[in-house]
Design a binder for this molecule. Structure first.
Ligand SMILES: NC(=O)c1ccc[n+]([C@@H]2O[C@H](COP(=O)([O-])OP(=O)(O)OC[C@H]3O[C@@H](n4cnc5c(N)ncnc54)[C@H](O)[C@@H]3O)[C@@H](O)[C@H]2O)c1
Length: 405
């Protein structure tokens, strides 16, 4: 298959690119490298030393004999270039990772809110409009997030995308299937909720074939392909904006920094290892909907954990201390989360569990690159409101912090 990977230079995009190239597909990356620019803006860098995208592709060719083409296009701002490119390359499948994906970054200031909405909603809509206009019959696979549901569960499992409801009408009750209601908890999650509506419209109006993967928090670093050469290493974000909870705990343990639990740590989240994430994308590619079918929605996660339980698990494994800090997010202090993921299990996913993979990560990645960590970038300082931001005053080591929003 000829596959376009939008956002293929990112944390999930790069290992997916290598995985699909390794399977023999012709892979094209489209990326505007904005994520690298945001590192510069924030004054942070990936824990792992990342080469340029051109160098990564060159090394992959050396290691595997396969070529990956890289195209520098801003999907949100360069609609005409995107359209010309699509018409020329005519991919059979398009995997769409290309969005600003950090909730704390999206809540930092009004400028970051505006950027996140403009970038994410325009990128998604431009891709959809260009697919219709060029008439290419590609299967679009989008990376959405479990976070669209807002984490305040009602005690019932979150289904895979759709909910059967009964509506009272003058002639009695009528059954209807609706998109499971979203309750986004940040501007970033709000853009993913908007994406869902765009997909619903283009699937029903133009018969686009779309799969939306509601992914949990991705943890881990390596896949079989990124291990093949030191310079193919994946990125690993640890800072307060882009670092995801479990990866942050791992580096905190590696540098003797207290594990930062915000609020009571009673928030339950869904997780998936990066190896399973790339495998799920492969499985979704092989199971495309037909034109005219509803958007296919999968919950792409393998286990759920409460944040404080995760911290305790890592503290026990490494001897790290735990620090309870004020929560900069506006969210329920405690929540349950039950999620259905039957579709991927039925397609043959065999999950990597936290218990199997955690220690490898601490030793092979977090400790190995610990010398690259800037401790001052570890605290999470982006407040969801000005009042919440003002409460984040000190880091766990007692130093004064400047909140941003
Ligand atoms: N990492 C996670 O834990 C996680 C969890 C759930 C969902 N997701 C989703 O998966 C996708 C990929 O996440 P990630 O962690 O790899 O993010 P990332 O930030 O590492 O990668 C995103 C890539 O998209 C590119 N990009 C952004 N806007 C673009 C634009 N306008 N034009 C072209 N390229 C653009 C960036 O430069 C970057 O390389 C995101 O959409 C994210 O919402 C990620």
């Amino acid at each position: 298959m000829k596959i376009a990977i939008l956002g293929g230079d990112g944390f999930v995009g790069w290992p997916t690119t290598l995985h699909l190239s390794d399977l023999g597909h012709e892979v094209h990356i489209v990326d505007n490298l904005s994520r690298r620019w945001i590192d510069t803006e924030l004054g942070v860098q990936s824990l792992t030393p990342m080469d340029s995208i051109q160098e990564r592709c060159r090394i992959w060719h050396e290691v595997s004999g396969r070529r990956i083409q890289f195209h520098l296009i801003d999907l949100a701002k360069e609609y005409e270039r995107l359209k010309v490119w699509l018409a020329e390359v005519k991919p059979d499948a398009i995997i769409h990772f290309a969005e600003q994906r950090a909730a704390p970054y999206s809540m930092k200031t009004d400028r970051h809110k505006v950027y996140t909405v403009n970038n994410n909603v325009s990128a998604t809509h431009n891709v959809l409009a260009a697919m219709v206009e060029t008439g290419i019959d590609a299967h679009l696979v989008h990376l959405g997030t479990m976070g669209v549901y807002g984490y305040s569960s009602v005690g019932a499992p979150i289904p895979e995308g759709y909910l059967d409801v009964e509506i009272d009408t003058p002639s009695g009750k009528k059954e209807q299937e609706i998109l499971y209601p979203t309750k986004p908890g940040s501007v970033y999650h709000m853009t993913k909720s908007l994406d869902q509506i765009l997909f619903q419209f283009y699937a029903q109006n133009d018969g686009l074939r779309i799969t939306d993967l509601h992914q949990g928090i991705v943890w881990g670093t390596h896949t079989d392909q990124t291990r093949k050469h030191e310079q193919l290493v994946n990125r690993f974000d640890y800072d307060g904006d882009y670092g995801t909870v479990l990866n942050r705990f791992l580096i905190q343990a590696a540098i003797g920094y207290p594990l930062t639990v915000h609020g009571t740590g009673g928030q339950t989240r869904a997780f998936i290892h990066i190896r399973d994430s790339v495998r799920c994308i492969e499985l979704a590619l092989g199971d495309a909907p037909k034109a005219g079918e509803r958007v296919r929605i999968f919950n792409q996660m393998t286990e759920t954990h409460r944040v404080r339980d995760l911290a305790e698990m890592i503290a026990k494994m490494t001897g790290a201390k735990i620090a309870n800090l004020p929560n900069p997010r506006k969210e329920a202090p405690e929540n349950d989360l039950i999620v259905k993921n039957d579709q991927f299990l039925a397609l043959g996913l065999d999950p990597t569990t936290l218990e199997e993979g955690l220690l490898d990560e601490v030793v092979e990645v977090a400790r190995k690159y610990a010398y690259r960590i800037d401790r001052s970038r570890v605290p999470a300082v982006s407040g969801w409101t000005k009042d919440l931001g003002a409460k984040v005053e000190r880091d766990p080591e007692g130093k004064a912090l400047k909140s941003v929003s």
